[in-house]
Design a protein around this ligand. Structure first.
Ligand SMILES: Cc1ncc(COP(=O)(O)O)c(C=O)c1O
Length: 510
C-alpha cells in the first residue's frame, strides 16, 4: 500500500464526491473495493480513523462508521495492540458470504416505477461540479457579488415589508418584475412590459415551465445538436418527439430542421452563445428560424444563459426583440450573480403569461420572497449593472490568462474554439481521443472538465472538453493548465501523433 506520511494513497479515495451526499457510504465502498481488488493487502495496517478523517477532510464519526461496517463484513480486523488491519480473507467467496450474513438475505424489493431510472440518470447528469478548475460557474473572489450585495441584503431583509409571511403572485414580486423588464429592454433589446415577466427559480425551471405550457403529448420539438443536457433532460420528461437539429458555425441549421421535422411545435435554442460550442446564431439563421415559427404557428424558447459576458463589442441583441410574439425569452442570475440564488426570469408573450403563472403555482407557488426584494433593490440602485461591468473585466482577464496558458502548455493538436463570450472555453481534441475517459482521468488529477461528445445525439460527435474559467484566479488557471497537459500527455499513445481537428469557424450575428 502506497503511503504519503500516514495517509493511504488509494486513488478512489481522492474521488469521494462530497456534493453527491452519503459520503460515508462512498468511503465504505471505496475501501471495500480497494480490499477486494487487492489494492489493500491482507495484514496491511490502516491509518487511525482520526488521521484518515483529517486527510480526507471528513468528520471522524463518518470514518468510524465506515470502519465498523467493514469490520462487520469481515474486510477489516482489530489488532490486539490497537489499530486496524486488512483481514485475510478470500475476497470472492468468504467475504461475500460474510457480508451477506451481516446484511441478511437480499430483500425482494418493490418493482420500481418506470420514471425511477430515467430521473436518477438526470440527477447524475446535472450533478453539481465541485469548486475545482475547470468547473463552470463558481463565482468566487473578484467575481463574487461584492459587499454591497451582503450589506443591502441585511438591510432589506431587516425591513418588515421585505419579509412578508404569506404567498405572493406566482409571477413574482412586482418591483423585481419592473426592474428586470427595464434591464432586459436596455441590455438585451428584449421588447416587454413588466406584466410579461415571470420570475423563475432559474433557467432550468424556465425550460421546464416552457415545455409544460407549450407542449402536448406527441408533439414534435427541435433541440440543438449538441445541446445543453438540461434541455435534453427536460424534453425526456415529456411525451414528445424531440428532433435534434445539427448546429454549424452559424448556429442551428434551420434547413436541416425543415427536412427532419418541419411540423415541430417548439424550438429550444441558445442563440447568443450556443451551448456548448460557443458561437452566436447568425442573423440569417435568426430570420430563417423566426419565419419557420411564423409559418408553422410554432414557438421559440430562447435560452440566453450568459449573454451579458461578451468580451468584444456589445452583447448581441436577443432573438425575442425580433419577434416578441413568438419567442419565450429565458434569463438567469446564475451566471452574473450566483447560481445558488435560484432566481431567473421568463419574458413571456402576453397570451401565455397566465399559463406560465399556473404552471409555476403547480410546482412550488413562487420563488422565496426575501431575495426577490434584495435583488429588486440591488437592480434599482444600479449595483447590478455595475457588478456586471466589474465581473466582465475580471472574467476577461481570467479568460485571456487561460488562453495563453493553454497555448503555452498544451500540445498543438489540442485547439481552442474561437469564441468571445461566456464563462467557458471549448478545447477540441483530435479524433480518437475519448473525451469521456479523459474527463475521468482529469478528475483523478483533481480537475473538473466536461466532455462534449455526450452532448451530441444525431450529428457526428466531436471530441472536446469544456473548460470553465469564471471562478478561478489567474494563478489557479495557470496551474490547472499544467496539470491538464499532464493528463493529455499520459492519455496519448506516444507512438501516435494525433491529428488536429479544425475548429468550426465563428460567425457574427450581424
Ligand atoms: C445553457 C444553459 N441553460 C440553462 C442553464 C440553467 O441555469 P439556471 O442556473 O438558471 O437554472 C445553464 C446552466 O449552466 C446553462 O448552461
Amino acid at each position: 500500500m502506497a503511503r504519503r506520511g500516514n495517509i493511504i494513497a488509494i486513488p478512489s479515495l481522492g474521488c469521494l464526491d462530497r456534493t453527491a451526499g452519503r459520503v460515508g457510504h462512498q468511503l465504505t465502498q471505496a475501501l471495500r473495493e480497494a480490499i477486494s481488488k487487492g489494492i489493500l493487502k491482507p495484514g496491511e495496517r490502516l491509518p487511525s480513523t482520526r488521521a484518515l478523517a483529517n486527510s480526507l477532510q471528513l468528520a471522524r464519526g463518518t470514518v468510524i462508521e465506515a470502519f465498523h461496517q467493514l469490520h462487520a463484513e469481515g474486510y477489516l480486523e482489530a489488532r490486539a495492540r490497537g489499530g486496524t488491519i486488512v483481514a485475510n480473507v478470500n475476497a470472492d467467496s468468504d467475504l461475500v458470504t460474510r457480508a451477506q450474513a451481516f446484511i441478511g438475505p437480499a430483500p425482494i424489493g418493490p418493482v420500481l416505477p418506470e420514471n425511477v431510472a430515467r430521473l436518477a440518470a438526470v440527477a447524475r447528469t446535472l450533478r453539481p461540479q465541485g469548486a475545482t478548475p475547470f468547473a463552470i460557474a463558481h463565482p468566487a473572489g473578484a467575481v463574487a457579488p461584492d459587499d454591497k450585495w451582503r450589506r443591502l441584503g441585511n438591510r432589506v431583509r431587516a425591513l418588515r415589508v421585505a419579509a412578508p409571511s404569506g404567498y405572493i403572485d406566482p409571477k413574482g414580486l412586482p418591483d423585481l418584475r419592473i426592474a428586470i423588464a427595464d434591464y432586459v429592454r436596455k441590455a438585451r433589446g428584449v421588447k416587454c412590459e413588466p406584466g410579461q415577466v415571470v420570475i423563475t427559480a432559474g433557467t432550468q425551471q424556465g425550460l421546464f415551465l416552457a415545455a409544460t405550457v407549450l407542449l402536448s403529448d406527441g408533439d414534435a420539438v427541435w433541440a440543438e445538436d449538441p445541446a445543453y443536457p438540461g434541455i435534453v433532460a427536460v424534453l425526456g420528461n415529456f411525451n414528445v418527439q424531440a428532433s435534434r437539429i445539427p448546429v454549424d458555425a452559424q448556429g442551428i441549421d434551420v434547413q436541416d430542421g425543415l427536412v427532419r421535422c418541419p411540423k415541430a411545435r417548439v424550438a429550444f435554442v441558445t442563440p447568443s452563445h450556443q451551448y456548448p460550442l460557443g458561437m452566436p446564431m447568425s442573423m440569417a439563421r435568426r430570420t430563417a428560424l423566426l419565419s419557420w415559427a411564423r409559418q408553422n404557428n410554432a414557438w421559440i424558447v430562447e435560452d440566453d444563459y450568459d449573454s451579458e459576458l461578451r468580451y468584444a463589442g456589445h452583447p448581441f441583441p436577443s432573438l425575442q426583440g425580433l419577434d416578441p410574439t413568438r419567442v419565450v425569452y429565458l434569463g438567469t442570475m446564475s451566471k452574473v450573480l450566483f447560481s445558488s440564488m435560484r432566481i431567473g426570469y421568463a419574458i413571456v408573450p402576453v397570451p401565455l403569461v397566465d399559463a406560465f403563472a399556473g404552471a409555476r403555482a403547480l410546482i412550488d407557488r413562487h420563488s422565496p420572497t426575501a431575495d426577490q426584494y434584495v435583488l429588486a433593490q440591488y437592480m434599482r440602485e444600479g449595483y447590478f449593472e455595475a457588478h456586471i461591468r466589474r465581473i466582465r473585466g475580471a472574467y476577461a482577464e481570467r479568460r485571456a490568462a487561460l488562453i495563453s496558458a493553454i497555448e503555452r502548455e498544451l500540445p498543438s493538436w489540442a485547439a481552442l474554439q474561437p469564441s468571445d463570450q461566456g464563462m467557458h472555453l471549448v478545447l477540441w481534441l483530435p479524433v480518437g481521443l475519448d473525451d469521456v475517459k479523459l474527463a475521468e482521468q482529469a478528475h483523478k488529477a483533481g480537475l473538473v472538465v466536461r466532455p462534449i461528445s455526450p452532448m451530441y445525439q444525431d450529428a457526428p460527435a466531436r471530441f472536446g472538453l469544456m473548460l470553465g474559467f469564471g471562478g478561478f484566479s489567474v494563478a489557479e488557471l495557470q496551474a490547472a493548465a499544467v496539470r491538464l497537459r499532464g493528463v493529455l500527455e499520459t492519455s496519448v499513445d506516444a507512438n501516435r501523433k494525433p491529428k488536429l481537428s479544425k475548429p468550426p469557424r465563428m460567425q457574427t450575428a450581424r
